[in-house]
Design a protein around this ligand. Structure first.
Ligand SMILES: Cc1cc2nc3c(=O)[nH]c(=O)nc-3n(C[C@H](O)[C@H](O)[C@H](O)COP(=O)(O)OP(=O)(O)OC[C@H]3O[C@@H](n4cnc5c(N)ncnc54)[C@H](O)[C@@H]3O)c2cc1C
Length: 501
C-alpha cells in the first residue's frame, strides 16, 4: 500500500470517501469490491480518530439489551461471527466473567435472562453458550476478584480485536480491489457545479500542496468531525452529532485469563477489565466531552473514576503510578433530545445535504461492514448499480486460507525452528500479520538488528518498521508506535524513538 497522490488526480472517481477510520475504510472496501472506482483520504493517519481508541471489543453489546436495542444487538452479533471468520488473525473469541454481587443494580436473574437472550440473538453465530460459573472458577480466571458479597456469576463470550490494525487490513483489502487511499490528506473544500458537489479539494499535510479529486459522489465518514465536514460543504443546520467521550487506562497484567464485565460502584454503569497485549485495559467512561476531537485529554478525575471501579472489585489495588498509558476517544453518536450518555443509541443513519454530500452518522465498530453495505446500497443506484455487496464472506488481508488454530500453530512453530525466534515474538508476528508473516520476516531479516526487540519486555521487532513504512503507509513515529504497533500506548514514546529509522 503506497502513498501515491498523483493517482488521485487521474480521471474521475465514482466515490471519494473522506475519513479513514473504520466507517470510511468499510465503505471504500464495499464500493471497490462492487467494481466502483474509489478514492479515500484521511487528514491524519488511518484509524487515528476513534477507530484506534475503542474498547477493542467486537461484541453484540450485552448492556444494550437493558435499553431494548434488540435489533442492534442481533446485527452486531451476526457481524461478530463474520469478523471471526474474515479476520481471524485480528479478531479472537474472548471469555467474559460476569460476577453477581449482593445489592447491585441488576439482580442475578436479570443477568441470566439477558445472557439467555444474548445467546438466542446470536443464533448460529454464537461463539459458545453462556453458563453459570462457580466462584472458585471465577477467581481462577480473574485472580484477586473480590469475594465479599459475591453470590455467583456467569461466563459468556464476545470477541477482542486490534482496532487500528483491523481498520488498516480493511483498507489494504480495498486497495487490493483497486481503491486509491492516502493518509495525511485533508478535505479542505468542495468543487461544485450547478450547486452539486463534483469533487473534493484536498491538501497534502506533508507538503501543503492542494489538488482536486474529481468524483461523482462523496461520502463524509469523518466520525466525530462529520459536522465540521458538513459545514465545509455549506450545511448550515443544527449539528447531527452529539459525541460522548470515553477514556481507558492501560495497566500491567494481573494474571487475568478472561475479561470481566462489572458495574461501577459509584453510578452502576457497566465497565470492563480486559486482557489486551499482555496488559490490562480498564474502561470506559461515558460523558459529554469538554473538548472537540482534536483537543481530547484524559483528566485525573477520569483516571480516579476508573481506578475506583477497578479497586472496588480487585484485591491488588491500582494506584496512579501503576497506569502505563491512557487514551480518550469520542463516540460519534447521533444527536438525541435527552438521555444519559450511556443510554444513548449506537444506531447509524445517513444524512444527505443539499449539495449532495452523504454523511455517515453514528454506529459502532463491530457493525462497520453492515453499515458499509447500507451506505453503498444507497450510493449504487446513483452511480449506475454494479454488483451486489460482496463483503459478507470476504477475508481481509492477512486472513489465512486454513483454520486459524492450525495456521497459527504451524507458522509459530516454523518461525521458532527456522528463524530461531523466541516463542512470544513468533506468536506476535503470526497474530499481527496473518498469512503475510513470511514476507514480513523476510523484510525484518534485511534490516540491521531487525530481529532485536523494540523494548526488552515486548515482542515487537525493530525490523517490522520497514514493512510498516513500505507496505502499511506509516509516515511518522506515532503511526509506527501507536497504530501499526500498539506498543506506544503503554511504553513511553521517547524510549521507542531511538529505533525509528
Ligand atoms: C471509548 C470508546 C470505546 C468504544 N468501544 C467500542 C467497542 O469496543 N466496540 C465497538 O464496536 N465500538 C466501539 N466504539 C465505537 C467505535 O470505536 C466507533 O463507532 C468507530 O471507531 C467510529 O469510526 P469512524 O470511522 O466513524 O470515525 P473515526 O475513527 O474517528 O474516523 C474518522 C476519520 O476522519 C478523519 N477526518 C476528519 N476530518 C477529515 C477531513 N476534513 N479530511 C480527511 N479526513 C478527515 C479523521 O482523521 C479520522 O481518522 C467505541 C468508541 C469509543 C469512543
Amino acid at each position: 500500500m503506497r502513498r501515491d497522490l498523483q493517482a488521485f488526480t487521474d480521471g474521475t472517481f465514482d466515490l471519494c470517501v473522506i475519513g479513514g477510520g473504520i466507517t470510511g475504510a468499510g465503505a471504500a472496501l464495499d464500493a471497490a469490491t462492487r467494481g466502483f472506482r474509489v478514492a479515500l483520504i484521511d487528514k491524519r493517519d488511518f484509524a487515528s480518530g476513534t477507530s484506534s481508541l475503542s474498547s477493542k471489543l467486537v461484541h453484540g453489546g450485552l448492556r444494550y439489551l437493558e435499553y431494548g436495542h434488540l435489533a442492534l444487538v442481533r446485527e452486531a452479533l451476526v457481524e461478530r461471527g463474520r469478523l471471526l471468520r474474515n479476520a481471524p488473525h485480528l479478531v479472537r473469541p474472548l471469555p467474559f466473567v460476569l460476577p453477581f454481587y449482593t445489592g447491585q443494580r441488576l439482580a442475578p436473574w436479570q443477568w441470566r435472562l439477558g445472557l439467555t437472550l444474548y445467546d438466542l440473538l446470536a443464533g448460529s453465530a454464537n461463539i459458545a453458550r453462556s453458563r453459570r460459573l462457580a466462584i472458585r472458577h471465577m477467581t481462577a480466571a480473574m485472580p484477586g476478584l473480590q469475594e465479599a458479597g459475591l453470590r455467583g456469576g456467569a461466563l459468556y463470550y464476545d470477541a477482542l480485536m486490534d482496532d487500528a490494525r483491523l481498520c488498516l487490513a480493511v483498507l489494504q483489502t480495498a486497495v487490493r480491489h483497486g481503491a486509491v487511499v492516502a493518509n495525511y490528506v485533508e478535505a479542505v473544500g468542495f468543487e461544485k457545479s450547478g450547486g452539486a458537489i463534483v469533487g473534493v479539494w484536498a491538501e497534502d499535510r506533508l507538503t501543503q500542496s492542494r489538488f482536486l479529486i474529481r468524483s461523482r459522489a462523496v461520502l463524509n465518514a469523518a466520525g466525530p468531525w462529520a459536522d465540521a465536514v458538513c459545514r465545509l460543504a455549506g450545511d448550515v443546520g443544527e449539528p447531527q452529532l452529539q459525541p460522548t467521550k470515553g477514556v481507558h487506562l492501560i495497566a500491567p497484567a494481573r494474571g487475568h485469563r478472561a475479561a470481566a464485565l462489572l458495574l461501577h460502584p459509584r453510578d452502576g454503569r457497566v465497565f470492563f477489565v480486559i486482557p489486551w497485549y499482555g496488559k490490562t485495559l480498564i474502561g470506559t467512561t461515558d460523558a459529554f466531552p469538554d473538548a472537540g476531537p482534536d483537543g481530547l485529554k484524559v483528566s485525573d478525575a477520569e483516571i480516579d473514576y476508573l481506578l475506583e471501579g477497578y479497586d472496588h472489585f480487585f484485591a491488588h489495588q491500582m494506584q496512579h503510578g501503576d497506569v502505563m498509558g491512557s487514551f480518550a476517544g469520542l463516540r460519534p453518536l447521533l444527536r438525541a433530545r435527552s438521555g444519559e450518555p450511556s443510554a444513548r443509541s449506537r444506531e447509524f443513519r445517513l444524512h444527505r445535504s443539499v449539495a449532495g454530500l452523504t454523511t455517515a452518522l453514528g454506529g459502532k465498530y463491530t457493525t462497520y461492514r453492515s453499515m458499509a453495505e447500507t451506505i453503498i446500497d444507497d450510493f449504487a443506484p446513483r452511480l449506475g448499480k454494479r454488483r451486489r455487496c460482496r463483503t459478507r464472506d470476504l477475508p481481509v488481508v492477512g486472513a489465512p486460507r486454513i483454520p486459524w488454530e492450525a495456521f497459527s500453530a504451524q507458522k509459530t512453530a516454523a518461525l521458532v525452528r527456522d528463524q530461531a525466534l523466541a516463542e512470544d515474538c513468533a506468536v506476535h508476528l503470526v497474530s499481527r500479520y496473518g498469512d503475510q508473516v513470511d514476507r514480513v520476516v523476510e523484510r525484518v531479516g534485511q534490516v540491521a538488528r531487525g530481529f532485536e526487540r523494540v523494548h526488552p519486555d515486548e515482542p515487537d521487532l525493530v525490523g517490522e518498521q520497514l514493512w510498516q513504512r513500505e507496505e502499511e503507509m506509516a509516515v511518522c513515529d506515532e503511526d509506527l508506535f501507536l497504530r501499526r504497533s500498539r506498543i506506544g500506548m503503554f511504553r513511553p514514546l521517547a524510549s521507542l524513538r531511538k529505533w525509528s529509522a
